[in-house]
Design a protein around this ligand. Structure first.
Ligand code: COA
Length: 179
């Protein structure tokens, strides 16, 4: 696949690779109990966040199943790291990928996740040429489900390992139709 054209600039945000200097911001995000409530990773302590930052800074290709990238979301006006978005290739042959997203509480409900995820979907479909993007949310995670609906993703019931998850997906055709 083509190299990722990073950073990505949106109206208010820059979406870029992580740097060493992001440790404090990433720690704020990963140590927040509310943010972690519906994430499989749980709350992280500083040492775990340092390891997570190292993983995020490693060179990333999106070629094979399981490859992916986690990108920092930064507000241009303040320079503050407010969250992260991720894209994981699940099936290279069919062109299917999974997305993830998390923002610090202070930055939530201001349209930032929608702005960042719109840019990530554009990257997935328009640059990488993927065919389908999906995401999952705990059925109690209203914010996540609302965000995916607003992105034009369609809802499918799913029960994965007994966890009450709702899956959402959008195809390349639907993305192009709504863009
Ligand atoms: C999910 C999350 C990224 C949404 O971020 P956000 O920046 O607040 O989302 P936006 O402001 O772009 O809002 C997108 C839509 O969701 C709605 N929304 C956001 N938070 C909401 C909430 N708590 N309850 C109801 N609706 C909510 C917004 O109103 C908006 O809908 P609208 O266009 O009709 O107004 C954020 O809540 C978060 O980081 N949560 C913790 C981590 C997490 O759960 N990640 C997802 C795991 S699957």
């Amino acid at each position: 696949m083509p190299p990722l054209p990073l950073p990505i600039h949106t109206k208010r945000l820059v979406i870029r690779r992580f740097h060493d200097s992001d440790l404090c911001g990433l720690h704020e995000l990963h140590s927040d109990v509310g943010v972690a409530a519906y994430l499989s990773r749980g709350v992280r302590h500083l040492e775990e966040v340092k390891q997570a930052l190292t993983r995020r800074m490693a060179p990333a290709d999106i070629e094979r199943d399981g490859d992916g990238v986690i990108l920092a979301v930064v507000v241009v006006a303040t320079g503050h790291l407010i969250g992260e978005v991720s894209l994981w290739l699940r099936d290279a042959r069919s062109g299917s990928a999974e997305v993830g997203f998390a923002l610090v509480p202070a930055a939530q409900r201001q349209g930032y996740a929608r702005e960042a995820m719109t840019a990530l979907l554009a990257l997935a479909f328009d640059v990488l040429g993927l065919q389908e993007v999906f995401g999952t949310a705990d059925q109690r995670n209203v914010a996540s489900m609302t965000l995916m609906r607003r992105l034009g993703m369609q809802e499918h019931e799913e029960d994965r390992d007994g966890a009450p998850l709702v899956a959402f997906s959008i195809t390349r055709q639907d993305w192009q139709r709504q863009s």
